[in-house]
Design a protein around this ligand. Structure first.
Ligand code: MN3
Length: 256
C-alpha cells in the first residue's frame, strides 16, 4: 500500500515536471514592460564593493544617470554594479594563493599566462573597465589643447582624422572586443583592438602598449540604449570622452 502511494506520488511529480517543461517549450510568456510611470530601483555606485581580496572596484566619479542619453542609466548601472563587480570578485578569487596575488594589476597583466583563461579574462575585465569608466564623464566639453592633442594631430594629421580612424577601427570589430588608443614602447600613439577582455598589456597583444583610452564594444556596454546600432553608441561615446583625464593618463604612460 505504502509502495503504491509512493509510486503514485512519483508519477504525479513526473507529470507535473513534464507539463512544466512542455509549457516552457511551447508557450511564449509575455512579461509586462515597466511603464513610464513605474520607477526602476537604481542603486548608488558607492554601495558597489568587491566581497574580499586584493582588488577593489574603482569609485565611479559620477552617478549612473549622469551620462544619459549617451550611455543610459540602466546600462551604466548594470555595467558598473554587475559586470565590473563580477570581474573584480572573480579576479580576486582566481588570484588567491597564486604568485600573482600581490602584484599591481599592470604586473598581473604582463606576467599572467595567456593560457590561464580564468585569470586572463578577469584580470582583463577588471583593468579594462577600470579604465573605461575613467575615460568618460558628464562634463566632456571641448577638447582641450594639450600635449596629447598635439601628439594626436602629429600622428593622425588632424583630430577629426583621428576620430575617423578610431571609429573605423571600432566598426571593424566583430563580436565582443575593445578598441584602444595606446602609447607604444617608443612613446608613439597607436590605435588597436583586442578580442574578449584581452588588452595591449598582455603578452599575446598584437600591438603592445599602455592603454590611455578604452572603448568597450561588448553588447552589454550599449545594447539597452542602442540595440543593433553600435555605430551610434561609438558616436555617443566620443561626446562623453573625458579628454582632460585621458591627457593625464597619457602623461603617466609616457613616463613608463
Ligand atoms: Mn563591459
Amino acid at each position: 500500500m505504502k509502495k503504491n502511494s509512493l509510486l503514485l506520488l512519483n508519477l504525479f511529480l513526473l507529470t507535473l515536471l513534464l507539463s512544466c517543461n512542455n509549457k516552457k517549450l511551447t508557450e511564449v510568456v509575455e512579461v509586462p514592460l515597466p511603464t513610464a510611470q513605474e520607477k526602476i530601483a537604481i542603486g548608488h555606485p558607492d554601495d558597489v564593493k568587491a566581497i574580499e581580496g586584493v582588488f577593489q572596484v574603482e569609485k565611479l566619479p559620477y552617478f549612473y544617470n549622469d551620462l544619459a542619453p549617451n550611455v543610459s542609466t540602466l546600462t551604466m548601472e548594470m555595467h558598473y554594479s554587475k559586470h565590473y563587480l563580477t570581474y573584480t570578485n572573480n579576479l580576486n578569487k582566481a588570484l588567491a594563493g597564486t604568485d600573482l596575488e600581490n602584484l599591481t594589476i599592470e604586473d598581473v597583466l604582463a606576467k599572467l599566462d595567456p593560457n590561464n583563461i580564468e585569470i586572463k579574462n578577469n584580470a582583463g575585465g577588471y583593468y579594462n573597465h577600470s579604465l573605461y569608466f575613467k575615460c568618460i564623464t558628464p562634463k566632456a566639453g571641448e577638447v582641450v589643447k594639450d600635449s596629447l592633442t598635439s601628439a594626436i594631430t602629429k600622428k593622425f594629421g588632424s583630430f577629426d582624422n583621428f576620430k575617423t580612424v578610431f571609429k573605423e577601427e571600432a566598426a571593424n570589430q566583430f563580436g565582443s572586443a575593445w578598441t584602444w588608443l595606446i602609447v607604444d614602447k617608443y612613446g608613439n600613439l597607436q590605435i588597436t583592438s583586442t578580442q574578449n577582455q584581452d588588452n595591449p598589456l598582455m603578452q599575446n597583444a598584437a600591438v603592445p602598449g599602455t592603454p590611455i583610452l578604452a572603448l568597450d564594444l561588448w553588447e552589454h556596454a550599449y545594447y539597452l540604449g542602442y540595440q543593433y546600432k553600435r555605430k551610434n553608441y561609438v558616436d555617443a561615446f566620443f561626446d562623453v570622452i573625458n579628454w582632460e583625464k585621458v591627457g593625464e593618463i597619457y602623461e603617466e604612460a609616457l613616463k613608463k
